[in-house]
Ligand binder design. Sequence first.
Ligand SMILES: [Mn+2]
Length: 315
Amino acid sequence: MHLRILYHDRCFDGSCAAAIFGHFFRQRMDASAEFSLQGLFHQANQLFPDELFAGDENAIVDFKFANNPKLNWWFDHHQSAFLSEEDEQAFGRDESGKKFYDASYRSCTQFIADIARDRFGYDPVAMADLIHWADIIDGARYDCAKTAVEMPAAAMKLTLVLEASKENLTSKVIPLLTEYSLDEIVERPDIRPVFDELYRRHQASIEIIRKRSVNKDGVIYFDLGDTDLAGYNKFIPYYLHPDGTYTVSVLDAGFRTKISVGSSPWAENPKHNLATLCERYGGGGHARVGAISYGPGELDRARQTASEIVAELQT
Ligand SMILES: [Mn+2]
């Protein structure tokens, strides 16, 4: 029996969600199931081609709903979980008892653990550390920006590797998450040097953002469109500008042009819902962090959108 797990790619919670779903499936559904893993990215004009659902059973975790009859399992906690109203209605009509959505969860990993325990008798105790860290990392529950930027814990180091390594290591790391501790994974000879190199680049990115970012009326803005940075640690802006409430940035990630819109986890009750704001431009996310993806090379359009969002957040 072949179980195909589609998960939010380049994301610690997405990876832990894939790991815990596989662990649950082997514990409660089919002990001899073989897994295959496929990461999914948010893109402009998101599609779920039929080839994605090539398993005997197919699951999506920590990613949008796909209205495809071959989708057997679905777990998500993003506010923007549906591509269309039609998809939302299809989810509402679903009677499989295997598709679940709850945007109040900080991590999809915790969500899967709770549902699998309550409805399917799953024992998640072996996954307690993963659940704990997915909740901290996806929920951005760090004491301060300094901790978030300096990454003392193994889970934080692994997050950097999963999000930013040149070669995508998520499908390699996911099977390790159920076999080894986070400390053991980070110290592996095929992971530690990757982290060390990324950490050096992380420190360099702090200097680039330091030079380019401005904080005006609580909104930190910077444009990385002409740099080769395809991502950055989202707490750097608040490390550099502790009194900033929001961040808006533009970057060129090659396959997409991305506008990131975030709020400081240390700011009390920011008044704007960033998922709702991003949805107006075809993006999405959570209340406190969102993003918009445009096509490759659409930097001017992205800059225009970013300036509109900055103006709105400054009010
Ligand atoms: Mn998540």
